[in-house]
Design a protein. Sequence first.
Length: 309
Amino acid sequence: MTSVLKIYFSYNNKSLHKKMFNLNFKNSIGLAAGFDKNALLIKELSLFGFGHIEIGTVTPKPQNGNKKPRLFRLNSEQSLINRMGFNNDGVEIIAKRLVNLNTDCIIGANIGKNKDTLNEDAWKDYLFCFKKLFHLVDYFVINVSSPNTPELRKLQNKNLLFNLLNNLQKENKKHKIKKPILLKISPDCSLNEIDDIITVVKKSKINGIVATNTSIDKSILSNSKYFEEGGISGKRIHKKSTDIIKYISKKTNAKLPIIGVGGISDYKTMIDKFNAGASLVQVYTGWVYEGPSLVKRMNKIMANELSKN
């Protein structure tokens, strides 16, 4: 069964290989955080052609998340609204699942703070997860941008953010081989806030930005009176996230690596992200709507286009 899935849903071609953060990705398309929060399905998901899989968001202590229902399909918009609230099994249990994991996929860990941790102490939660997972994953993403944990987005404040990232880098430097650290940001940031984030990212010398998380801006929906609270993902966030990628790339002279996320549902929307300045991309909602062959379809077209050049 495993080999059959791989044949149907994977596409490997040397032209798709990409080296980023001193890691060898077999292609540029990853699965975004939130799909496999608890690292339960890495082996199965790797059969669907992803170049990397990001688990989490992982917190120090287990959390049930917000009250159900908390995930809503907006079929007419090809989008989702979620207010999950960092539901996960906690870093101790998740770490055990990653021991002796055998996969050809790059694995990232998206880490966050527990709901009851005060923002001034949040860095301790991130550091705890960072230490626990350090030898078990290939890279880290610092999630300070989910709209579904109260006050979390305030960690994008430059002073709190620098303190958080600086503490992680201090730990990182203790190791002979450092782990790449990226920051996942909100699509609802103002340009001034993005400027501050870029300054902190450069100052802390982390490796890049993941742009973007989900949006609470309901004006991007065709039916902006939709009543469910939570973060919007999918087709309706594509332009917003792409514009932010373009802005960051221009501000940093295309020297800061960006993983582009938000509204990728076909080859064109993926190329929009690359043209805006992304080095890698991730899918989630597009994969839900377009089905399990999406990654293979996009990789085949990309390999074909590359062969023409």
